[in-house]
Design a protein around this ligand. Structure first.
Ligand code: MTE
Ligand code: MO
Length: 235
């Protein structure tokens, strides 16, 4: 893996205050020692799994240094741009659509991977179809309630069945730190495509590269592009 790829995340200031309220950080600090201190986003386990070898060990990232706190009844997702029916969806609206359950690895481009994570949500393609993409639409742009992160996909990438608008992960509702109540999960691509605190989906002619791409990450984020594997989704 190229060292340059990891630069943007290393440069992100993560406010200490964000982590003060998270139980168990002290214990994790002892268990993982200096590794935790040097990690940009801290290494926070989710339950006991975070303390076990091979357990889930996500590093929590936030460009802004804080986590938007959005109640599940307050949540709104807007679908706009080149669509026949612009929509605003509640969490209940999303939950009333056909759900998909994926069990897949989560891979950050900087090297860490969490194996076999359970995800649940709706296919992004179902949301796009509900709004009715116009024929000129060639891409999809995503925005976040953090007011900072943006992402984008081509329309054909967005229509893959392993690209979902997720409302559950790790066996429960998505926590605020993981981007809840609703985040994107783009299974075949590196983690930076999986935008947290998803606020908007906008259909456009040609997608503008998102925040991470503007900071040096590749627009084509297929897992494997930087570690010698082929351009294939993880299974
Ligand atoms: N809004 C927002 N989404 C984001 C990020 C972020 O900083 N802000 N970081 C991205 C990166 S680089 C990764 S690897 C994953 C990490 O997900 P996690 O914080 O749930 O571990 O979220 C992605 N989505
Ligand atoms: Mo990442």
């Amino acid at each position: 893996m190229s060292r340059d790829i990891s630069q943007p995340e290393q440069g992100i200031p993560i406010g200490r205050r964000v982590f003060l309220g998270i139980a168990g950080l002290g214990i994790l600090g002892i268990v993982f020692g200096s590794k935790v201190q040097s990690a940009v986003g801290e290494t926070i386990g989710t339950g006991i799994g975070g303390l076990l070898p091979g357990g889930d060990r996500f590093r929590i990232y936030s460009i802004t240094g804080s986590f938007p706190n959005i109640g599940s009844t307050d949540y709104r997702l807007t679908v706009s741009g080149l669509v026949d029916h612009p929509m605003t969806l509640t969490l209940d609206d999303l939950k009333s659509m056909p759900s998909v359950h994926l069990v897949k690895d989560f891979q950050c481009v900087t090297g860490w991977r969490v194996p076999q994570v359970h995800w649940e949500g709706v296919k992004l393609s179902d949301v796009i179809d509900a709004a009715g993409a116009r024929s000129q639409a060639g891409g999809v742009e995503f925005s976040s309630f953090d007011g900072a992160d943006t992402e984008s996909l081509t329309l054909s990438q967005a229509r893959r069945s392993d690209v979902i608008v997720a409302y559950r992960m790790l066996g429960g509702p998505i926590s605020s730190s993981h981007g809840g109540p609703v985040r994107l999960y783009v299974a075949p691509m590196y983690g930076y495509k999986s935008l947290k605190w998803l606020s908007g989906i906008r259909l456009v002619e040609k997608p503008v590269p998102g925040y991470w791409e503007q900071n040096g990450y590749p627009v084509d984020a297929w897992v494997g592009n930087f570690d010698g594997r082929q351009d294939a989704p993880i299974t």
